[in-house]
Ligand binder design. Structure first.
Ligand code: NAP
Ligand code: ZN
Ligand code: ZN
Length: 347
């Protein structure tokens, strides 16, 4: 066991604050990683504030982790001390069910282990995430990071990146498709980059007029302000796909009408409250609503390699650990360009 510094929420209505805890001693297949950068995902905020229910306190969020290996267990074969690595949302799964066998560990039928707020399958302790100095993870849930890209921009790929890459690949989005990305935050800006990189024509749907220039720089060909009813109406029956990244309750039906016949809304945002979908908007034009959860380990490595090859990183604002509560407030206002990333040297 190693005493480790981190930042934790002690209750849903409490700000995050310094917290010291014990990281487990290395098991034979574990690696220990000194965390250099950790991205700030809206899921961290949902969990720290118990917006989805089920948060166990103290809660140390953080699942966009990049760092260097400082120690390896006796049976580790995949990594060496000194290598640059990443850890995303998952730290374990059953590895035997049909989904795990296909590299879809995010859909493990037995139940996977999340990087934070999840019982460890061996000792039952609650997992603690990346807002901390170091983490101990089974080698099978660790990704290899290229040193060709700026590491602070790589960290958000471990969640925002894979969460948008995976559905775009699953639905084979590319050349000839008109794709709208709904919400320009952490996930949204990666969705724009990937969809444009895959050859699709991208429209940004945003509530923030100030983000238009950035949306175009990120790869969008068009921008529409969703607060303007005339602009919304003009987009009726326009898109093959809408990638919905919105974190707050909103009217899905307003956007479903923007899909062409046979179009699909891919939901990745997880607002805390359920929403009503009007069946008529689906039936009338054979539209579909789908969803997607992060990505499995093989696809996450594929995405990291794709980004290294195509020079794709997240646009980040690097912050000190102590800024985390202000960062959460700004994220709630949609005021993030486009991912906060904690420099762990500041802890
Ligand atoms: P984020 O950076 O806060 O971005 C969310 C964006 O949604 C905002 O920047 C804003 O963009 C837009 N938005 C916010 N409130 C809105 C409203 N009421 N109506 C319309 N648009 C609104 O959050 P994120 O980190 O990208 O995460 C987004 C969601 O995805 C969260 O719910 C998170 O938990 C979830 N998530 C899911 C997965 C998965 O595996 N499926 C993985 C990671 C995160 P504009 O200013 O452009 O309007
Ligand atoms: Zn996340
Ligand atoms: Zn499984």
């Amino acid at each position: 066991m190693t005493a480790t510094k981190g930042y934790a929420a002690q209750a849903a209505d409490q700000p995050l604050a310094p917290f010291t805890f014990e990281r487990r001693a290395l098991r034979p297949h574990d690696v220990q990683i000194e965390i250099m950068y950790c991205g700030v995902c809206h899921s961290d905020l949902h969990t720290a504030r118990n917006e989805w229910g089920g948060t166990v306190y103290p809660c140390i969020p953080g699942h966009e982790i990049v760092g260097r290996i400082t120690n390896v267990g006796s049976e580790v074969t995949k990594f060496k001390v000194g290598e640059l690595t990443g850890v995303g949302c998952l730290v374990d799964s059953c590895r035997e069910c049909s989904n795990c066998q296909q590299g879809l560990e995010q859909y493990c039928e037995v139940g996977n282990t999340w990087t934070y707020n999840s019982p460890d399958p061996v000792d039952g302790t609650n997992t603690y995430g990346g807002y901390s100095k170091q983490i101990v993870v089974d080698q099978d849930f660790v990704l290899l990071i290229s040193d060709r890209l700026p590491l602070e921009g790589v960290a958000p790929l471990l969640c925002a990146g894979i969460t948008t890459y995976s559905p775009l690949r699953h639905w084979k989005v590319g050349k000839g498709h008109k794709v709208a990305v709904l919400g320009l935050g952490g996930l949204g800006h990666m969705a724009v980059k990937f969809a444009a990189s895959f050859g699709a024509e991208v429209t940004m749907l945003s509530t923030s007029p100030s983000k238009e220039e950035d949306a175009r720089r990120l790869g969008a060909s068009h921008f529409a302000l969703t607060k303007d009813p005339a602009q919304v109406k003009a987009l009726t029956n326009q898109f093959d796909f809408i990638v919905n990244t919105v974190s707050a309750p909103h009217d899905y039906n307003m956007y479903l009408k923007m899909l062409k016949t046979s179009g699909t809304m891919i939901c990745v945002g997880v607002p805390p409250e359920p929403s009503k979908i009007i069946g008529g908007y689906l039936i009338g034009n054979r539209r579909s609503v789908g969803g997607s959860l992060i990505g499995g380990l093989p696809e996450t490595q594929e995405m990291l390699d794709y980004c290294a090859e195509h020079n794709i990183v997240s646009d980040v604002e690097v912050i000190d650990m102590s800024y985390i509560n202000e960062a959460y407030e700004r994220m709630l206002k949609g005021d993030v360009r486009y991912r906060f990333v904690i420099d762990m040297a500041s802890l």
